[in-house]
Design a protein around this ligand. Structure first.
Ligand code: PAF
Length: 283
């Protein structure tokens, strides 16, 4: 069922009292990565809600909000095939109120802690995680799920959402699901659609760097700088590296040495498309 209003979702949720409800928050343009979250939600819960909302307040002024792919009809079809009970696709007016200025001068925002935000993607995407946490908390309040499913691909986002849930006592269990990759190693992302055929090949640099760091770690290299330096052999003028970090996977803290709790995270532009990827070094 495709619903566009908060009222309709609330009414359905009331009918589902006593059932286990799962929410998969998305911005649409669904791919196999999203479908893996939906499958996990279907396994875990009695009822599954997928939200499809390109959230304006998590995009910076120079980012791709206008051109972000919007494919609701196809998304709805895919969700129906997977047995999703509700696809919730609100308009920005429905989510934030008609005529509401979308700024923290006039709108209540959820601001995650500076320590978690002032690194990785948050360093260049000012306000991004405030926008993410605000919309996610709103979706939690609307759908009142027992479980919410997020992809490991947005590792910083997942850590920040878990922190918000803990700090604000939100009664939701956050389930993090593994990255889905193409056979080539490219992590699935809605933004891969912006790449040309050639760009898709160049984009493999992200997973190649991460795989190489992991195999160096497995061979016994634990010095973080030495691990990071191995990336330079893969980079050329077609790759604009934004960051490469090795941190604790649960806390995003810097570490003296890499260990089994480390995660390597990378952001790199290819054909001016900003791509991110990450890999756990342990396991
Ligand atoms: O990961 C995403 O697609 C978005 O950041 C989310 C969690 C749906 C919030 O808009």
């Amino acid at each position: 069922m495709l619903l566009h209003t908060i009222k309709e979702v609330r009414e359905k949720r009331q009918e589902w009292k006593g059932l286990k409800v799962g929410l998969v928050p998305t911005m649409g343009a669904l791919h196999a990565g999203h479908l893996s979250l939906i499958k996990k939600a279907k396994e875990t819960c009695d009822k599954v809600i997928v939200s499809v909302f390109v959230n304006p307040i998590q995009f910076g002024p120079a980012e791709d909000f206008d051109k972000y792919p919007r494919t609701l009809e196809k998304d709805y079809e895919l969700c129906t095939k997977e047995g999703v009970d509700i696809v919730f696709a609100p308009s920005p007016n429905e989510m934030y109120g008609a005529g509401q200025k979308l700024s923290n001068d006039t709108l209540t925002y959820v601001c995650p802690p500076f320590f978690y935000v002032n690194k990785l993607c948050g360093k260049t995407r000012t306000g991004h995680f405030d926008g993410v946490c605000t919309v996610v908390l709103k979706l939690f309040n609307i759908a009142q799920p027992d479980f919410a499913f997020f992809g490991q691909k947005d590792a910083q986002q997942a850590v920040i959402i878990k922190k918000m849930v803990k700090d604000l006592n939100v009664p939701v269990e956050v389930i993090q699901c593994p990255i889905v990759r193409e056979e080539s190693g490219l992590a699935l992302s809605s933004r891969n659609k912006y790449l040309t055929e050639e760009g898709r090949k160049e984009a493999l640099v992200l997973s190649k760097i991460l795989n190489n760091i992991k195999s160096c770690y497995k061979k016994g290299i634990t010095d973080i700088d030495a691990l990071k330096e191995t990336a330079y052999g893969f980079l050329n003028e077609k790759h604009d590296l934004e960051y490469l970090e090795i941190l604790n996977k649960n806390t995003l803290e810097e570490q003296e040495k890499a260990d089994d709790d480390s995660i390597a995270l990378i952001a790199c532009r290819v054909e001016n498309v900003r791509l991110i990827d990450n890999m756990y070094l342990g396991g």
